[in-house]
Write a protein that binds this ligand. Structure first.
Ligand code: 5RP
Length: 223
């Protein structure tokens, strides 16, 4: 199976997983990226079976709108029943690295507001120790140099993601060579640097469920 076929399989599995949660008043949180896009396309088949969505990026909101799926502002909704999103890496505790698509801040906000976070990924994303994928950090533009110097003190090699402006008008530093043995502690330390909006570690609020597409089928991993 190709990686694209694995992503399609996990997108279908995610819709099957959330089907019992869909009722007239259900709000679904929707993530960002190529796997989330396939999820959106599958979810569209059931668009009359739930209320609507909250999107973690402008790109996902646009795709949802094209399918005729309602997209609400987060401040306008109460409970988000379930949030479905991809990841760049996951460890066995369902701590994640996210932000390859620069949507980490809105993704973290929607995840925080959701009753259940279902991560969808193909098996290439599963790792023993997080950090092979460079950790994205969203920064206020004027603080970029300062934040980069502080990240070096933490042992990382930050690289400015040139030409990328986030949906919040900020910039991204991708931090290479971090030894992420304690994801929750590092998440907190990086968030403590003045000028950091958020970082792509999802350890304080990990996924609750990981649907992992493998060549043997989609596996369900729980914390
Ligand atoms: C976007 C993300 C994505 O979930 C992550 O990059 C995975 O993307 P893909 O499904 O395309 O591999 O965090 O900010």
């Amino acid at each position: 199976m190709t990686q694209d076929e694995l992503k399609q399989a996990v997108a279908e599995a995610a819709v099957k997983y959330i089907l019992p949660m869909l009722e007239d008043d259900t709000i679904v949180g929707v993530g960002t990226g190529s796997t989330a896009n396939l999820f959106i396309d599958e979810l569209a088949k059931y668009k009359n079976d739930f209320d609507g969505t909250v999107a973690s990026s402008k790109a996902s909101a646009e795709r949802l709108n094209k399918h005729g799926i309602p997209v609400y502002e987060l401040n306008g909704v109460g409970n988000i029943r379930v949030y479905v999103d991809g990841a760049d890496e996951s460890n066995e505790y369902l701590h994640l690295i996210k932000g390859g698509g620069a949507a980490l801040t809105r993704e973290k906000i929607v995840a925080a507001c959701s009753e259940e976070f279902v991560c969808i990924a193909d098996e290439s994303k599963m790792v023993k120790v997080l950090g092979d994928f460079p950790l994205p950090v969203e920064v206020i533009p004027m603080a970029r140099g300062y934040v980069a110097r502080e990240l070096v003190k933490l042992g990382g090699d930050p690289v400015y993601r040139e030409g990328v402006i986030t949906d919040n008008g900020n910039q991204i530093l991708d931090v290479y060579n971090l030894d992420i043995l304690n994801p929750a502690e590092l998440e907190k330390s990086i968030d403590g640097i003045v000028g950091v909006v958020t970082n792509g570690l999802f350890a304080k609020r990990p996924a609750d469920v990981l649907l992992l597409a493998t060549k043997e089928g989609v596996k369900t991993l729980k914390r």
